[in-house]
Design a protein around this ligand. Sequence first.
Ligand code: ATP
Length: 296
Amino acid sequence: MIAGRDLVKKFEAFPALDGVSFEFEDGEIFGIIGHNGAGKTTLLKIIAGLIAPTSGSLRVNEIDVVNDPTALKAMLGYLPEESRLYETMTAENYLAFFGEIYGLSPQEITVRSRQLFAALSLEPNGKKLGEFSKGMKRKAAIARSLIHDPKFLVYDEATSGLDPMTSRFIADYLRTLRKEGKTIVLSAHNLYQVEAICDKVMILKRGKVVAFGSMKELREQFGSLTYTIFFSIGNPDRLVGHTKTYRQEEGLYVCDAESMEELNESTSLIAEVGGRVEKIESKYPSLEEMLLRIGK
Ligand code: ATP
C-alpha cells in the first residue's frame, strides 16, 4: 500500500504539489495524468523517495518514506522520464552494475538479466547501449528498474516517444508485472493506454487532485453518456441559422449532445426542419475528454 497525506511540494514559493492525498492498494496499476506542469513527475519523485515533500506524509507499506527514504530502495524500481543510460556500457554490464548496487550475487545477476531480456524481448548481444534504438534503450531502462525484483514500480512516461508496437509491448508487459503481484504507479500522456491498463486514475491539475478513481468512478464524476446523432435531410438549407453545429460524416449530417435533455432537444429540432434521425451513438467520456473539460 502506498499512502500519501496532504503532500505539498514548493519550489521557492511555487506549489508544484498542493495538498495531494491518496491510497494505492497493492497489486494494481495507478495512472497519474494531467496537463504539462500539473505535478506528475514531482509526485512520482516523492513517491520514489527521490525528493522530499515540503510537508505531508508518505508511507509505502510500513516505511515512512519522508523520514527514511533509503529504506524504500530495495523494494522500489524507478523509471525516470528520460533515463540517461551509460552509453558505452553493454546492456549486460549495465544490469550487472545495478545488480551489484542492490547486493545481488553474480549468479543472481546472470539469471535475472536473462529472464528480463527474454521477458522484454531484448537481444542485447554485447551491443553498447549507445547503439540501441530508442525502444531498446527504454526496455533496457525498464530491465534496470526490475533487476532487484522490487515490489513497487514508479514509472514516469514509460512509453512516450516510442513506436506503437513497442509502446503496446511495454503496456502489455506492465500488465504481466501486475499479474506477478507488482504495484505500479505511472504517469503518461498516452491517455488511451492509461484507460486500457490502469485500475485507477488520478487527474492532477496545478498540483491538486481533481479526480481519482476507477474509470467507472471517473465517468460517473464527469457525467454520463454523450451522444452523436446521425441524420439525413432533404433540404440542408433549412439547417442554416440553427443554434446547433453540424458536420458531415459518412454521407450523413452529424451533431453531438452532451446529455439526454440535449439529445431530445436536438432530435426535435431535426424533425422540425424535415430531417430524419438515422442512428444515435452513445459513448462514455474518454480520459482525453475529461482532461479537456477540466482545462489547464
Ligand atoms: P510534464 O507533463 O510536462 O512532464 P509534470 O506534470 O510532470 O509535467 P512537473 O515536472 O512535476 O510536472 O512540474 C510541476 C511544476 O513544478 C511545473 O510548473 C514545473 O515548472 C515546476 N518544477 C518542477 N521541478 C522544479 C524544480 N526543480 N524547480 C523549480 N520548479 C520546478
